[in-house]
Design a protein around this ligand. Structure first.
Ligand code: AGP
Length: 609
């Protein structure tokens, strides 16, 4: 949570910082602030609420200076307020921080006993005081930061600016993301790549336990122990436009429409259609290991967990290996039993989700082979995994995940084919059928997106809805859960996803004329049974929105609204049926006027439990 950005170079920094923070606002938006060094002294401006509040203060009273740092906050310690907003300053040292200092209470008590007074409730202010104290006995800011870091425990990405050393920033990282931008006569840092792309595509990923000194002349990296580190920058190929709205009203809508491209990019270079196989490179598990595994455990949170539920079906069906999907937040405290015959797959858009990271680490410690499916390059989860299959969805800015969900589905289906081929449970012909169906998915998503106006009309009808049920069977069940999650996240309506077969065991009691029910019922092997559920809902006057395969004759007779997806093999249905539900949630939220890209109380990256 929280986004940090820093700039040092020859340009005025305040505008650059605010632009960078705009790209990071998905990480938190409880308050924002900047600190800029004008050559003589530090100037700090902070504002509660969204970045636009900070931007308007800066417009009225601009800050001058070519070195600065900025922060957008998702509150953990201390309520959202101006005092708790970053940067935090102690004696000419300004600090922005993403993460949690676990031993902040004991450090605070120790500093307080030395007469230090605090102006905020945050854990971060303690870091500023520690650095300020260490500066008295240190030659360089970098050394003072190192001394302070030795005293703190926890997760951090930090950027520090000192009044005494204009023209430089010191940054450090432990278990929170931080990327450095290598510019021409300028250096930058940020929590995520999109904040850097306006200035440079050459980036260095700082590792845990490293510090760096940024100046206009370049970047010097050292370890916490003082050893110098040489690391070549990596070139990022995303265009800045890929991180912009591109004419859409919201990032979420842009990302829904970006799904055909996200699927294509995630498939690119990974299929061997001739042999009905997936190329082994990047799969993170070799043939011998694929044969040895006795169980697959898919771990994730939120939307990524829904992708795991679909992954479980595919693993069982194609690779014939017992598979289960687990909520990472539950697994980590359950004393689960993992061992060398388990394949654990951690799935995450951000690659930073604290619960997923902790659960996968405990599986690894117990001897399981751990691979990950992640979107954000070099984030914490892939670093901790034995191998990673990256989804190439590109940056996802909307807090509600859409294109990363479909890209995760693609990755998990490819992994299932890969395992099935190696385990001898999937013939080349069958493998080819699955992969061919996958290759056709982007075009079928494009066709589905063409019916957006029809979805909008349904959304108009239900824009004031307060409760909605989502039903699905088999591979339709994860879609039902995901449709419900999308609706609650962005429209704040109460929504429940249920396995359609469970309806009679309770939820049917809710159904009356005021209860809209979205039923996911493409023409798959479960179609007849789901159709019966649809009839049961209609018999109780529930209003049905049916997500069906094009040309379905039955649903049109019964359902109030029918939203079609192109006909496709069962195995790829989740990649199609979710699209009308994403659009439905989006349009209902837009008609309600909620803050779609930054829904209340949420953050894109959940690096705390
Ligand atoms: C998705 O719409 C949500 N914002 C949320 O459930 C998310 O999927 C979850 O926090 C997991 O995040 P991750 O994929 O980055 O690990």
């Amino acid at each position: 949570m929280c986004g940090i950005v820093g700039y040092v170079g020859s340009q005025e920094s305040a505008g650059i910082l605010v632009d960078g923070l705009r790209k990071l606002e998905y990480r938190g938006y409880d308050s924002a602030g900047v600190a800029v060094h004008d050559g003589k002294q530090l100037q700090v401006v902070r504002a509660v609420g969204k970045l636009k509040n900070l931007a308007s203060v800066l417009q009225e009273s601009p800050l001058k200076g070519t070195t600065g740092l900025g922060h957008t906050r998702w509150a953990t310690h201390g309520r959202p307020s101006e005092e708790n907003a970053h940067p935090h300053v102690a004696g000419g040292v300004a600090v922005v921080h993403n993460g949690i200092i676990e031993n902040h209470l004991e450090l605070k008590a120790e500093l307080a006993s030395g007469g230090i007074e605090f102006s905020s409730d945050t854990d971060t202010e303690i870091v500023a005081h520690l650095i300020h104290r260490a500066l008295k006995d240190s030659e360089r800011l970098l050394d003072a930061v190192r001394v302070a870091l030795r005293q703190i425990r926890g997760a951090y990405a930090l950027a520090v600016l000192s009044e005494s050393e204009p023209g430089q920033l010191v940054v450090a990282r432990n278990a929170s993301p931080l990327v450095l931008g290598v510019g021409d006569g300028e250096s930058l840092c940020a929590s995520d790549i999109p904040a850097l792309l306006e200035h440079t595509r050459d980036v260095i990923f700082l590792e845990d336990g490293e510090l760096a000194q940024l100046s206009a002349d370049g970047i010097k990296i050292e370890t916490l122990e003082g050893e110098s580190v040489t690391r070549e920058p990596k070139r990022i190929n995303w265009s800045p436009m890929q991180a912009e709205k591109g004419g859409f009203k919201h990032f979420m809508l842009k990302e829904i429409f970006d799904q055909p491209r996200a699927v294509e990019d995630t498939l690119r270079g990974r299929l061997d259609l001739e042999n009905g196989d997936v190329v082994p490179r990047e799969m993170g598990i070799d043939e011998a290991a694929a044969k040895q595994i006795k169980r697959v455990c898919l771990l994730a949170c939120g939307t990524s967990y829904h992708a795991c539920l679909a992954g479980r079906y595919w693993m069982e069906q194609l690779a014939r290996v017992p598979a289960h999907a687990e909520l990472a937040s539950e697994v980590r405290y359950r004393e689960p039993v993992f061992g060398p015959e388990d394949l654990v797959i951690a799935v995450s858009q951000s690659g930073e989700t604290a619960d997923t990271l902790a659960a996968m680490k405990s599986a690894k410690e117990a001897g399981a082979r751990v691979i990950s499916v992640v979107n954000v390059l070099e984030s914490a989860i892939p670093r901790a995994a034995d191998g990673t299959l990256y989804t190439h969805a590109g940056p996802e800015i909307g807090v509600a995940s859409t294109k990363c969900y479909t890209a995760q589905l693609v990755a998990l289906l490819m992994l299932s084919v890969y395992l099935g081929r190696r385990r001898g449970t999937l013939s080349a012909d069958k493998g080819r059928d699955v992969l061919q169906a996958l290759v056709e998915v982007p075009e079928k998503i494009r066709i589905t997106l063409e019916s957006k106006d029809k979805v909008f009309e349904v959304a108009r009808r239900y824009q004031h809805v307060q409760h909605m049920l989502f039903l699905g069977r088999g591979l339709g069940f994860p879609t039902a859960l995901e449709g419900a999650l999308k609706l609650k996240e962005i429209s704040y309506a109460h929504a429940e996803g249920y396995a359609a077969g469970e309806m009679k065991h309770g939820p049917i009691a809710l159904i009356d004329e005021d209860m809209p029910v979205a039923v996911v019922m493409p023409r798959d092997s479960q179609y007849e049974k789901t159709l019966s559920n649809l009839q049961e809902v209609r018999a109780r006057d529930g209003q049905v929105i049916a997500i069906v395969s094009a040309g379905d004759p039955e649903s049109a007779k019964i359902a109030e609204h029918v939203l079609e997806v192109p006909v496709a093999p069962d195995v790829v249905q989740p990649l199609l049926t979710v699209v009308p539900l994403q659009l439905l949630a989006y349009y209902i939220a837009d008609l309600k006027g909620t803050d779609i890209d930054q829904p209340r109380n949420l953050a894109k990256t959940v690096t705390v439990e």
